[in-house]
Design a protein around this ligand. Structure first.
Ligand SMILES: C[S@@+](CC[C@H](N)C(=O)[O-])C[C@H]1O[C@@H](n2cnc3c(N)ncnc32)[C@H](O)[C@@H]1O
Length: 191
């Protein structure tokens, strides 16, 4: 019985500390990564949008993809490697995440990838051709409003798991994953 109480106490303390960490360092958004199968489908969606928009433009500004809240950078790295002609930018509030992402980017030598430490609500996404999003359900209202005001017409937006408030969803893509809470992502184009 004593052991059971001790285990329960440790689990409760861990959950409490984890939530305090998320609240203080991650603006209340858990740093959970997009599931591998969804990452692959998002990359396919980006590739086909880029091809429809004329692919890479020689000399002219390239197809620019933002990850709004890039976390530890795994999704941005996979996108940048899979689409070397695109410019990929991760915007992230957490200093630790940015430092880690920069380190891995340098170690893996990914020239078309960059990170910016910023609150994405303050960041200008006006040059985006595509924005990928995986954020908390509580942020989808503000995020939807911000992107509606800030993006240029025709910009592709994908949102993992939660739909963007105020946007007409073009496609809700069902994906088979091992992650219990990640089964869909949403596709939009700015009107
Ligand atoms: C669920 S993770 C998503 C990671 C990655 N984009 C992916 O899909 O695998 C969300 C990230 O958004 C970041 N974030 C939340 N609110 C933010 C804000 N206002 N500005 C910048 N980053 C933010 C969090 O720190 C967290 O790392």
């Amino acid at each position: 019985m004593e052991i059971f109480k001790a285990v329960l106490f440790c689990v409760a303390a861990y959950l409490l500390l984890w939530n305090v960490y998320i609240l203080i360092f991650n603006k209340g958004v858990p740093n959970i990564r997009t599931a591998p199968a969804i990452r692959r489908r998002i990359i396919d969606t980006l590739k086909s949008d880029m091809a429809k928009k004329g692919g890479a433009k020689n000399g002219a500004p390239r197809y620019t993809i933002y990850d709004m809240g890039s976390g530890n950078g795994l999704l941005t790295r996979e996108i940048a490697k899979a689409i070397p002609d695109a410019r990929v930018i991760g915007v992230e509030a957490s200093r630790q995440c940015i430092e880690w992402s920069d380190k891995v980017k340098t170690a893996q030598n990914i020239p078309n990838l960059e990170y910016r430490r910023a609150d994405f609500f303050e960041h200008d996404f006006g040059d985006a051709d595509a924005v990928v999003v995986f954020l908390s359900v509580y942020e989808m209202g503000r995020v939807g409003e911000k992107l509606m005001k800030n993006l240029k017409s025709g910009t592709l937006v994908t949102s993992n798991r939660f739909p963007l408030t105020g946007w007409a969803v073009e496609e809700k893509v069902k994906v088979l994953t091992l992650y219990p809470f990640q089964k869909y992502f949403h596709i939009y184009h700015h009107p």
